[in-house]
Write a protein that binds this ligand. Sequence first.
Ligand code: COA
Length: 260
Amino acid sequence: MPFSTLLFEVRDAVATVTINRPDKLNALNGAVIAELGDVAARLRDERDIGGAILTGAGPKAFVAGADIGEIAAQGPVDGKARSLEGQRVFRALERCGKPVIAAVNGFALGGGCELAMACHLRVASEGARFGQPEVKLGIGPGYGGTVRLPRLVGRGRALELLLTGQLIDAQEAYRIGLVNRVVPGDRLLAESESLLRTILENGPLAVRACLEAVDAGLDIGVDEALLLEANLFGLLSGTADMREGTAAFGEKRKASFRGE
Ligand code: COA
């Protein structure tokens, strides 16, 4: 089924997902959220996809937030349901088992900043701007902003962004650890793809294990997290990929991983 609010293209194991409502600065309405849920399932299930780049259409915005028109019309019950559904979809992206990079090409506000944070890495164009301005609308974040932002940048910096609603530029986002890299706008997709392809040269099961260990390990005790790491280390030791990777090292050649 083709998407109506997204562009979706797979080239040589890299899926590029473009949120495509540029006239509304790619705001996340219910249709976009539903289609992002389908994207998460495809990333998880399709073997010819190694990882994904998520970006926004047009020159101005990655995503300028949840669709304010829809929010304005909601009551408490459907408001909660909207939040839970967005959280579920973003979590599915975060846990799809393959690396997802946000290529942030402009405004990443509210749900847009939250979507970028649900991706594993973030590359920003020099003109990108970030913020959680929900409080200016008399509402709070609903798609994980209060949960992921403090984990990424620390409690004090997260609270400053959440409480003031002020926007920060790409360099400030880099300084506080909200983004991994800042690149010229015309290099954004190429640099994001290059970063993703560097990851995809590695053993896919090993990459998946890193994603899983960090995802679960940050929210459990140190001893449990270390045990999880040891279990994954043991599991990887039974894979053909580990045999290939260690053999390639010994034979001074590039490893050829099959994800098995
Ligand atoms: N939801 C719905 N529509 C949105 C939107 C959102 N979050 N953000 C922007 N749009 C729409 C605007 O209503 C406008 O539509 P129109 O042309 O039909 O009037 C269009 O996108 C362009 O936005 P505009 O505000 O004219 O662009 P701008 O360059 O003047 O300002 C922003 C850009 C990002 C500063 C401004 O659009 C903004 O503040 N957006 C809301 C950000 C926000 O609060 N996000 C959190 C939502 S919970």
